[in-house]
Design a protein around this ligand. Structure first.
Ligand code: PMP
Ligand code: GLU
Length: 391
């Protein structure tokens, strides 16, 4: 008999759709994959070379559980320089992707029955991890009319004496919302007042097209004391398969997270960490990111323009990340839900999208525009034709 905790566990919908689109493509079907939550750019060569060199130099053994010292130092420098927040290397833990980092943080803080506030629409993994660990995910519903931005009032309503943490994700997956600094300040203040941890998932920090990114921990020392700053190499340097993410937090928590890391993955892959080190240190890294983001901006503009022109569809212009989240509820009502609509889009339109219900938002569809602009255009035209045929 399996544990009750996994009885409701769902596999990652985003990974499932990505795999399905890849499978169809391998069979020769011309599927446009809007499902994948990963940049379509290759990992930069200088990063690969550093990793190859590390392999040749024999960096093939266990490494310290919290990460190789050089990488933790480079991350501390990055956080100070780019995010205006001062962490010591001893306050940083590197693990196998930020997904694992999130799991370790939640393992470290959650007791049975404690609640975690999760703004909804949310990234698929947050509520699943909380559930598996015996916590209770509490959705904080956000509104399309407000651009899916979290406000302090919305979280105030949901706080109970069991609230343990709030997960923030700005720029947001799946909505592309970027939270303004004034709102983040108010939200952080409430968390400080109520002793609620902030888990700030900053994986998409570089992909911002409107407004500017603010790292929550930079707001004040008090905020920093209750914040777990989470980041990843996956999106910034197009390194999704390398599985490298990290957390920065007060040392007393970092020590526990490093111990949990030592009892689970041992350490993030040793030679891969040398690649990540090069990504942070080499001035080419910044140029690579700038090029990628400028490409994403063009695609975002195109995707927004095309989706906005489909009858009976509303869509918020995303300010960050590489997702756009149109409201297709007019059409999903006709198909009996967005899961069926996604199937129809795949079967008839040959376009793979992730249904909004996977993100807690029935009737929406997540489109990842990590594809060439021509494919973005072709894919949205296919969606349009399929939807028009439905009505
Ligand atoms: N957070 C968010 C919001 C994501 O979209 C993802 C997916 N890449 C992750 C965390 C996990 O990324 P990784 O484990 O590759 O670092
Ligand atoms: N985070 C990406 C996404 O949302 C990758 C898939 C995953 O990790 O679940 O599609």
């Amino acid at each position: 008999m399996l544990s009750g905790r996994v009885s409701r566990l769902k596999p990652s919908a985003t990974l499932t759709i990505t795999a399905r689109a890849k499978e169809l493509r391998s069979k020769g079907v011309d599927v446009i994959g809007f499902g994948a939550g990963e940049p379509d750019f290759d990992t930069p060569d200088f990063v690969k070379e550093a990793c190859i060199k590390a392999l040749r130099d024999g960096k093939t053994k266990y490494a310290p559980s919290a990460g190789i010292p050089e990488l933790r130092e480079a991350i501390a420098e990055k956080l100070l320089k780019e995010n205006g927040v001062e962490y010591r290397p001893s306050e940083i833990v590197v693990s196998s992707g930020s997904k694992m980092i999130l799991f370790l943080i939640l393992t470290a803080i959650l007791n049975e029955g404690e609640e975690v506030l999760i703004p909804s629409p949310y990234w698929v993994t947050y509520p699943e991890q909380v559930n598996v660990l015996g916590g209770v995910p509490v959705e904080v519903p956000l509104k399309e009319e407000e651009g899916f931005v979290l406000t302090a009032d919305r979280i105030r309503d949901r706080i109970t004496d069991r609230t343990k943490a709030l997960i923030l994700n700005s720029p947001n997956n799946p909505t592309g919302a970027v939270y303004p600094e004034e709102e983040l300040r108010k939200i952080a203040e409430i968390c400080v007042e109520n002793g609620i941890f902030i888990i700030s998932d900053e994986c998409y920090e570089k992909m911002v097209y409107e407004g500017s990114f603010v790292s929550v921990a930079s707001l004040s020392e008090e905020v920093k004391d209750i914040t777990f700053t989470v980041n990843s190499f996956s999106k910034t340097f197009s390194m999704t398969g390398w599985r490298l993410g990290y957390v920065a937090c007060p040392e007393k928590y970092a020590k526990v997270i490093a111990s949990l890391n030592s009892q689970t993955v041992s350490n993030a892959t040793t030679f891969a960490q040398y690649g990540a080190l090069e990504a942070l240190k080499n001035p080419e890294g910044e140029k690579f990111v700038r090029r990628m983001v400028s490409e994403f901006r063009k695609r975002r503009d195109k995707a927004f323009e095309l989706l906005s022109s489909i009858p009976n569809v509303s869509v918020v212009k995303p300010e960050g990340a590489f997702y756009i989240f149109p409201n297709f509820s007019f059409y999903s009502k006709e198909t009996g839900g967005d899961i069926r609509l996604a199937e129809i889009l795949l079967e008839e339109g040959k376009v793979a999208c992730v249904p909004g219900s996977a993100f807690g938002a029935e009737g929406y569809m997540r489109i990842s525009y990590a594809l060439s602009i021509d494919r973005v255009e072709e894919g949205i035209n296919r969606i349009r034709t399929t939807l028009e045929r439905l009505s």
